[in-house]
Design a protein around this ligand. Structure first.
Ligand code: FAD
Length: 379
């Protein structure tokens, strides 16, 4: 057993961090304030092999696997989780194309996202059903060689900027709920699609989130990903790897909180001594450090398992759950340790505090992760 990163992985981590420092940091505050999406940074990331990096080289990716993708995500999230998400999620949904798609679909869609030219999205959540995946209502009805899609999707990352999306639709309503869904690739410029950017998010404000409506949208039946009626199961396997990516976001953000806090408590003097010399301060830093180390273990192991062909749905859920807990706690402590300065925009900790909360909501709420893990423990 070897817990060390390889030289290649260390280089990838350093490269991703430098990229984020040079490209994200100068615009981070402005993008947060103005909810600004940055396509030029995403394109540059593509030129540097940082978009769709987990996709195998034969389909245009960097072939660094889910582990490499985690390292990139972790480093990006140390600087700006929202801008990082624009890049990391620019291949969102393509996990299912790689796993279940036809060779033609892989050759058509994957290289485009790897180069940073095109953006994909995973369109699952609906206005009336998020956690209850089996409650989605969007319908795709066969007509000639096409599917005709009607329905609404909600809170879709990259929804207003994507070029295509992988959407969960009911194709077999006569079947039991879980066997009635299919994943279908839908070009974002298809007739009948309207997209509305959602503004006013609490955190990750530089990321794009949209509502999408399908009205009599016609796509070829050749856009079906995998098998008809298997969409629910395919979506569950999508979470095997995407939850690890989200967990890596929390790892990076938590590390940034700890580093900033250590810096601050060494500089800040209270009662005639550095803040860091007080035991209550040390308790907070220690708790943060322990949780970060434990989280790293979960994230890296879950990613490694996915890369060796043994993705573990439950371990991914654990990593994602613990990531939310860790990031929310670390961001909270970071704000507290900065006192009043933690509450104003001069220091980034207030932004990390707002950003952290999404890690307990998207890609399965913390309650959804608990249900997943709890069921497995009693299986
Ligand atoms: C910024 C952002 C980006 C997102 N990106 C995407 C994306 O790219 N693609 C996509 O498809 N979706 C995306 N989502 C949607 C996200 O995954 C959902 O919001 C999330 O799954 C929760 O669904 P919901 O909002 O419908 O809440 P609900 O499912 O209505 O849940 C509300 C509350 O009830 C709890 N709850 C639900 N069921 C139970 C139960 N059985 N027992 C106890 N508690 C329960 C939940 O945990 C939650 O606390 C995004 C959301 C946001 C905010």
């Amino acid at each position: 057993m070897d817990f060390d990163l390889t030289d290649e992985q260390k280089m990838l981590k350093e490269m991703a961090y430098k990229f984020a420092l040079n490209e994200f940091k100068p615009v981070s505050q402005e993008c947060d304030e103005q909810e600004k999406y940055t396509p030029e940074i995403r394109k540059k990331a593509g030129e540097n092999g940082l978009t769709g990096s987990w996709i195998p080289e034969e389909y245009g990716g960097a072939g660094v696997g889910f582990f490499g993708n985690c390292l990139i995500t972790e480093e990006f999230s140390k600087i700006d989780m929202g801008i990082g998400l624009n890049i990391i999620a620019s291949s969102f949904g393509c996990e299912s194309i790689l796993q279940y798609g036809s060779e033609e679909q892989k050759k058509t869609y994957l290289p485009q996202v790897c180069s940073g030219e095109k953006v994909s999205a995973g369109a699952y959540t609906e206005p009336n059903a998020g956690t209850d995946v089996a409650g989605y209502k969007t319908r795709a009805v066969k007509d000639g060689g096409d599917y005709v899609i009607n329905g609404n999707k909600m809170f879709i990352t990259n929804g207003s900027v994507c070029d295509f999306m992988v959407a969960q639709c009911i194709t077999n309503p006569e079947e039991k709920k879980h066997n009635s869904f299919s994943l279908i690739i839908v070009p974002a410029d298809a007739r009948g699609i309207s997209r509305n950017k959602i503004k006013g998010k609490m955190g990750i404000r530089s990321s794009d989130t949209a509502e999408i409506a399908f009205e009599e949208v016609r796509v070829s039946q050749s856009n079906l990903v995998g098998r008809e009626g298997r969409g629910f199961m395919e979506l569950m396997h999508f979470f095997d790897t995407t939850r690890i990516m989200v967990a890596a976001q929390g790892l990076g953000l938590s590390e940034a909180c700890l580093e900033a806090s250590i810096r601050y408590v060494k500089e800040r003097t209270v009662f005639g001594a550095p803040l860091g010399t007080f035991q209550l301060t040390q308790k907070k830093l220690t708790e943060m450090a322990i949780m970060i180390e434990a989280l790293r273990g979960l994230v890296y192991r879950a990613a490694w398992l996915a890369d060796v062909g043994r993705p573990d749905y439950h371990l991914s859920a654990m990593a994602k759950f613990f990531s939310g807990q860790t990031a929310v706690l670390c961001a909270n402590y970071a704000v507290e340790l900065h006192g009043g300065y933690g509450y104003i925009e001069e220091y980034p900790v207030q932004k990390w505090y707002r950003d952290a909360k999404i890690l307990e909501i998207y890609e399965g709420t913390k309650e959804a992760e608990i249900m997943t893990i709890g069921r497995k423990l009693q299986a």
